[in-house]
Design a protein around this ligand. Structure first.
Ligand SMILES: [Zn+2]
Length: 78
């Protein structure tokens, strides 16, 4: 279950990361607060969230089909 999770940055506002589960770690390996706001992943593709608010690393990983945090398996881009 992939979802979006918010990270609040001083000055630049909110940034949304893709989290593969509710364990707090985003695809970019950033650890996010367990109590951070979450939104369904569909909010990303339906333009619910402005593109500039999405984490580029998470977005790139997600577009490559990665739905789990980087780990043991090597990820091969097509
Ligand atoms: Zn991220």
């Amino acid at each position: 279950m992939v979802a979006l999770k918010a990270e609040y940055e001083v000055g630049s506002g909110v940034r949304w990361h893709v989290v593969p589960d509710f364990d707090g770690a985003a695809l970019c390996r950033r650890l996010l607060s367990a109590i951070a706001e979450m939104r369904p992943i569909t909010d990303m593709t339906r333009n619910g969230i402005p593109h500039e608010q999405l984490c580029r690393l998470c977005l790139t990983a997600f577009e490559r089909g990665v739905e789990t945090a980087p780990g043991r398996e090597q990820i091969n881009a097509a």
